[in-house]
Design a protein around this ligand. Structure first.
Ligand SMILES: Nc1ncnc2c1ncn2[C@@H]1O[C@H](COP(=O)(O)OP(=O)(O)OP(=O)(O)O)[C@@H](O)[C@H]1O
Ligand SMILES: [Mg+2]
Length: 242
């Protein structure tokens, strides 16, 4: 469904992505792990068109989208839930969700809202509250919910569990699995929580300094001693929140 070939991008004179190639097949959950500053966010941002690709190609559903502007990607079926949530703080929860659905058939709105609220029932009593006054966990739920309102076929999630309490982290990972199963949404997930992410991934990639250094199934990378040492602090024991 998504094929990235030899992608290079960066900021000004700084080259961040050093020729990334990866594939995400229809219906799967693919995860990208890597240290801070590796270029994970830059990859998702480049997929969304900002910064621009300097070299290489991005093909989605057989269509070259390397230079397609962000607002058109939503119509093609790609939703990006950025790192740090970036919900609209002065708009209400409902307005944020409505914005997520801007490019969609209004006929679907009620159903899609229903689905988002089934995933995140905590938001239901907060529909009239301003986004900026939600807790961090609620804002992350809203950010994912807003992404889902466009009925994406490919969902790009950048560190959805960052800064959340363990129970909410669990809810977020359960939700990712559910979205994939129920809606058959293909997911490209960027995560620091390597253990949880690899556990639910069909395929995974490790990024180091803007290059993919390792790839395999989620299970393969979970069992890889280098991955365990570098991305699962203290080995598996510490990373399993029961
Ligand atoms: N807007 C920007 N202008 C200049 N440099 C940037 C910009 N955004 C990111 N960078 C640099 O690009 C490199 C990769 O950053 P990126 O945010 O893609 O890393 P990351 O893998 O997502 O890290 P993290 O896990 O901390 O989120 C870093 O060295 C960063 O300083
Ligand atoms: Mg990042």
């Amino acid at each position: 469904m998504l094929e990235i070939r030899d992608l290079r991008s960066g900021y000004g004179l700084i080259e961040v992505l050093q020729g990334i190639s990866l594939r995400v097949e229809t219906g799967e959950i693919a995860t990208l792990i890597g240290a801070n500053g590796a270029g994970k966010t830059t990859l998702l941002m480049t997929l969304s068109g900002q910064p621009r690709a300097r070299n290489g190609s991005i093909v989605f559903d057989g269509k070259d989208i390397t230079h397609t502007p962000m607002h058109n990607l939503v119509r093609l079926g790609i939703a990006h839930v950025p790192e740090g949530r970036h919900i609209f703080p002065r708009m209400t929860v409902l307005e944020n969700l409505q914005l997520g659905a801007f490019a969609c058939d209004p006929k679907n709105f009620a159903d899609d809202l229903d689905f988002a609220l089934t995933l995140f029932p905590q938001l239901e009593s907060r529909m009239a509250q301003r986004g900026g006054t939600l807790s961090g966990g609620e804002q992350q739920m809203l950010a994912i919910g807003r992404g889902l309102m466009s009925r994406p076929r490919l969902l790009l999630l950048d560190e959805p569990s960052l800064g959340l309490a363990p129970l909410i982290v669990r809810q977020v990972f359960d939700t990712i699995r559910l979205i994939n199963r129920e809606r058959k949404t293909t997911i490209l997930l960027v995560e620091q929580n390597a253990f949880q992410a690899l556990k639910l991934s069909d395929k995974a990639y490790v990024m180091v300094n803007g290059a993919i250094t390792l790839s395999g199934t989620g299970a393969e990378l979970l069992g890889n001693s280098e991955v365990q040492a570098a991305y699962m602090e203290g080995g598996l024991a510490q990373t399993v929140p029961a």
